[in-house]
Design a protein. Structure first.
Length: 320
């Protein structure tokens, strides 16, 4: 009899556990939901690069000699043609004066030879000799004049002297210089080159706007795409895209690291959702839509994402 009671109790407990399990499985899970509406979405391509100048020139002496003049200092703004530093001009000036005097004398002789030839006082051979001396003296004068001019290094354009490696009294030998004597750069018109992959390049167009942030000075700037490379950079498969901008407050220095956002397209009727809402299985990406108060799986496609949000291409419609 006791065995019968035990069996009945066990059956009762088993049925009770199955009923509780069924109740748990049938519990409704409440979730937050929101209706899909159109939003504005900006398609952005971001990148990182270092600030450089649109115009930068490394200057060096073309003539040997002892440095005896430094006319400027680092950080000074220069106009085109402003002398920066110069070597001793004594020997070059002497050669210039000799070449000038020689040319003046030979020019007089050549002009006289032309008159004498017209009056048939001298032969054509004598005239040609005078002409040859004139041409040789002219060439020597030009070379001496250029050599004298090249005793100074000068600013090739309006800009700022950003670096100088010169000391008064040192011997300048152009072929033996390790460091550039001077570097001049345009600090008003700056540029940032960011590497982009080949699939991003077709979306970049000259003139497209860019937002620039330089963390070291906590400043934002507005720029634009000014150049797109036609060849990949080095052995990589990336292409440099140049972003130009103005150094309006003169706080930006060359070499600063900048974050760049390229505005590719503004979409005003976009379907945008959080990336966290998108799940993935073997068939692809999907979300859950509310269909008659039942969560239904719907597969989606998207190609653009930015700061945790994605632009839905298909799979979700307005008012879903």
């Amino acid at each position: 009899m006791n065995k019968v009671y035990c069996i009945i109790i066990l059956l009762f407990l088993q049925c009770d556990q199955q009923a509780e399990k069924q109740i748990e499985e049938e519990k409704v899970i409440r979730v937050e939901q929101s209706k899909v509406i159109y939003k504005q979405y900006n398609k952005i391509i971001d990148g990182i690069g270092k600030v450089d100048s649109e115009s930068k020139s490394t200057l060096s002496f073309e003539q040997p000699g002892q440095l005896d003049k430094i006319y400027t200092k680092v950080g000074q703004n220069l106009l085109k043609g402003t002398p920066i530093a110069g070597i001793d001009k004594t020997s070059y000036l002497a050669k210039y004066r000799i070449a000038k005097s020689t040319l003046e004398k030979v020019t007089t002789d050549y002009n006289n030879a032309k008159e004498l030839l017209e009056s048939k006082t001298i032969s054509i051979s004598e005239y040609n000799q005078a002409k040859l001396l004139f041409e040789s003296a002219t060439s020597n004068f030009i070379l001496a004049e250029q050599a004298l001019e090249k005793t100074d290094i000068i600013a090739p354009f309006d800009g700022t002297l950003i670096d100088m490696n010169l000391n008064i009294g040192e011997l300048i030998i152009p072929s033996a210089l390790i460091k550039a004597p001077a570097i001049v750069a345009d600090m008003n018109n700056l540029i940032i080159k960011i590497p982009l992959s080949e699939d991003q390049i077709p979306e970049c167009k000259i003139g497209k706007s860019a937002k620039i942030y330089i963390q070291s000075i906590n400043q934002y700037f507005t720029g634009y795409i000014s150049e797109i490379a036609l060849l990949p950079s080095g052995i990589s498969n990336s292409y440099n895209v140049s972003i130009s901008f103005k150094n309006l407050n003169n706080q930006v220095l060359l070499g600063m690291v900048a974050d760049v956002e390229l505005l590719i397209e503004e979409i005003y009727d976009a379907i945008v959702i959080s990336r966290k809402l998108i799940l993935e299985d073997e068939a692809g990406y999907y979300v859950f839509l509310n269909e008659k108060n039942i969560a239904t799986k719907s597969y989606v496609e998207f190609t653009s994402s930015y700061k945790g949000n994605v632009l839905i291409d298909s799979g979700i419609e307005k008012d879903d």
